[in-house]
Write a protein that binds this ligand. Structure first.
Ligand SMILES: [Zn+2]
Ligand SMILES: [Zn+2]
Length: 145
């Protein structure tokens, strides 16, 4: 989605919390970078073949606390993970309310601007300066409809 150096940013964010950018963490970042959608933990365990499951879970937690990885809400039992916005680029999610599948979607730039412009006064009314937004689209996926 963007051409930023994800490793550079991941390295910097981990260093800021006194954590190393180990090979295992690097591999998790690559797995998430190469995925077209947020991944639930069992999918990440499958994709990161050289890493034992316990190490995947431990390192995901470290990457999340460093702000490299964020959790995405689904309606399933599992949280899905993806790279933080600075690494992955701004986008939104389509969430299936039936099976919990989450897809990444890009919203047209025109609509992004319209959202910010029309919501800024609402935020200002509450004393906020609008710096960004999150927006999930809910529906039923192709398998569940
Ligand atoms: Zn579904
Ligand atoms: Zn947006």
């Amino acid at each position: 989605m963007s051409t930023v150096d994800v490793h550079e940013i991941a390295h910097r964010r981990l260093a800021a919390v006194d954590q190393r950018y180990s090979d295992g963490r690097r591999q998790l970042v690559e797995v998430l970078r190469d995925s077209a959608h947020p991944m639930i933990a069992p999918e990440i365990v499958d994709a990161a073949r050289d890493l034992p499951q316990s190490s995947v879970y431990r390192n995901l937690a470290v990457l999340e606390s460093a702000g490299v990885v964020v959790k995405v809400l689904t309606n399933g039992d599992h949280a899905a993970f993806e790279l933080a916005e600075e690494l992955k680029g701004h986008h939104h999610h389509l969430v299936c309310v039936s099976c919990g599948q989450v897809l990444d979607i890009a919203i047209p730039e025109k609509v992004e601007r319209l959202l910010d412009e029309s919501l800024a006064p609402t935020a200002a009314h509450a004393g906020f300066v609008l710096t960004g937004h999150r927006l999930d689209l809910l529906g039923r996926c192709a398998q569940c409809r």
